[in-house]
Ligand binder design. Sequence first.
Ligand code: FES
Length: 357
Amino acid sequence: MANKFYSVVVKDVEKTTDECSVVSFELSDEVKSDFRFRQGQYLTLRAKINGEDVRRSYSLCSSPVDDQWKVAIKKIDGGKFSTFANDVLKKGDVLEVMPPNGRFFVEVDSAKAKNYVAFAAGSGITPILSIIKTHLTLEPESTFQLFYVNRSVSTIILKEEIEGLKNRFLDRLEIFHFLTQEQRSTPLFNGRLDEEKMETIYNRLIDVESIDDYFICGPTDMIFMIRDFLQDRGIDSKKIHFELFNTNGSKNATKKKKREIDTSILSQITVREGGKDFNFTIPRGSDNILDAALNNNADLPFACKGGVCCTCRAKLIEGQVEMEVNYALEKDEVEAGYILTCQSVPVSEKVVVDFEA
Ligand code: FES
């Protein structure tokens, strides 16, 4: 069942650079069908680390054509889960894993010849790798161009896999490496992607008219710069797909609205989940529905708590909420009343949300 954790055995933990491990999972035949995935989707992992329940989502870097479930976890400074995965986790351990989720993909159509472009930076390569492999394997006439930014060659986290794909799809996959801390002979390939580089790429390296879809994954600011650049040049936003890993530290994402909190007025919240109603009250405007419910010992699905992953989605049945940020719901979902409970603060006297609607 989606949004529930399964206990899954770690098949292997393989170091690919000093700072990155690829974790693969051993799935029993009974659960394999619940873990079927699309290229570009992610797994949410959960572990007790120093007594704390820590959850993180990581994109699958394997492809559905592999019949393998692998995530690459890059160690980040102060990162609880990433440090645990790189320093402690080992083959044979059991992790709590939620079935694949996410919408960072387009349909595979083996009868069509499509041209795709991807922009990635650092560990943003993980879903892109899965997407490239899947489309080029299942669509024999399609092509991919990848523009990929890293600090240096030694920090490229899935270098062997990328090179393997390049060799396998020699005339259908083109890769342009950009390095920020190592000099390359062509100035274009030195430094991160910015508007000037995008101008050159757009005018000289891609055949804009022939591109069917663009995929972007990396730091939030890079994603929005490229998205805006493409949209400003008239590219249909339906062709631009992006995946945010997390929104920590992003100035775009942390702009929270200032709210009036009146502790003398209470909001009565009802959460429907697992066929049951769970009721509690909070001071109006004081907290989002998810955190307030978890503080009241409810067991609800969540992963990023940053408005990115959509795991905490529910339907607003009654009342009003203010949603702080939303990187996950489509416009039509919002219009249909869906909310991200990790971002939704009740502002009416009564609020009813249904996680199963
Ligand atoms: S938990 Fe990820 S969007 Fe709410």
